[in-house]
Design a protein around this ligand. Structure first.
Ligand code: 0GY
Length: 314
């Protein structure tokens, strides 16, 4: 993939100390993605010179441009991207919008919105390809927005056919349950609600997440981010490319129980990782372990994301 641009934060920005750069020169996956596969969770960062990072951000990333994202897409064998607004850009969606506009219609977006967004701005976001709004409940990433403001926002985006993406950590689900279950749209959970994978897959914590999906047919999950959830790490098993094996039972359970409501994405360029930075080729090789049949793979990687982000093609 192209590495012609710097990975260092540009403009007046200094990368947060300890923050790892994204992996240059990822391997080619052994798993061949089905035609039309969508990387349904990835980000662009800056470049800071052109799209300054938000003053209220909790971290400063290294730059990760749209050109670098599209080069990774082609290298791994994806056809399209869903670009999710990252917290380091706050509610300034310009870098994400710029990527959508230059994607040749091969990317759709999820925005973060200020409460005073106008109807005309919402329509503009829709016209450039935004199809969702992200509500973030991860304390280390954002200061919380009051629930009534978010609920108002959800009701404003519903008529556009958008969905709400929610990001939270497993211990917070009981407290957030009532709010989440009263949202009027499709609701997409980032990274399976971040389970603690050292706990049993059929233990009370993950059972609650499964129940959340079972009882609420409008709830979808991204079975993403094994590199964030793992304790075992990316190590191979018996010499095979079988990465992040401690996360496999959790993701596979969700894929098999809710095959029509799951999405997968790389999470490139992997914000806030300090332990290890994944090889994106190896991440793709995680997929057949959580979606073992061709039918599950096609739903996860093609049919479901098309239904949510390019519904006009169905
Ligand atoms: C992710 C995860 C993280 C960060 C963000 O918007 C963000 O800053 O999403 C994280 O630090 O867990 O989905 O990329």
């Amino acid at each position: 993939m192209s590495t012609t641009q710097s990975r260092i934060a540009s403009g007046p920005f200094q990368k947060t100390p300890g923050w790892l750069d994204w992996f240059e020169g990822p391997s080619r996956p052994q798993f061949a993605l089905p035609a039309g596969a969508v990387d349904a969770h990835c980000h662009v960062f800056g470049p800071g010179e052109d799209f300054p990072y938000a003053p209220q951000r909790k971290y400063t990333p290294c730059d990760a441009s749209k050109e670098q994202l599209f080069a990774l897409r082609d290298h791994l064998g994806f056809a399209r991207n869903v670009i999710v607004q990252a917290t380091c850009h706050g509610a300034d969606n310009r870098a994400m919008i710029d990527a959508l506009i230059h994607s040749d219609e091969r990317a759709r977006g999820v925005a973060t919105l200020p409460s005073d967004v106008t109807d005309a701005q919402l329509q503009h976001l829709h016209d450039v390809g935004v199809r969702g709004v992200r509500f973030n409940y991860v304390r280390r990433l954002v200061d919380f927005t009051p629930a009534d403001e978010l609920m108002k926002m959800a009701h404003r985006i519903a008529p556009l056919g958008w969905h709400v993406v929610i990001y939270f950590e497993a211990p917070d689900l009981p407290e957030l349950w009532d709010f989440f279950t009263s949202l009027p749209t499709t609701v997409v959970v980032d990274h399976m609600g971040r389970p603690d994978v050292t706990k049993p897959v059929d233990g009370p914590e993950f059972e609650l997440f499964v129940r959340f999906m079972r009882e609420n047919p409008n709830v979808w999950s991204k079975v993403t981010c094994p590199e964030r959830l793992t304790v075992a790490g990316p190590a191979a098993l018996n010499g095979q490319r079988a990465p992040y094996r401690d996360v496999v039972p959790f993701a596979r359970r969700i894929v098999e129980a809710f095959p029509d409501r799951v999405l997968w994405g790389t999470d490139w360029p992997h914000p806030n990782l300090t332990g290890h930075m994944p090889d994106d080729g190896l991440l793709v090789d995680f997929i057949p372990h959580i979606a073992p049949t061709e039918e599950l793979q096609r739903k996860l990687l093609v049919e479901n994301p098309i239904r949510l982000y390019w519904p006009e093609e169905r």
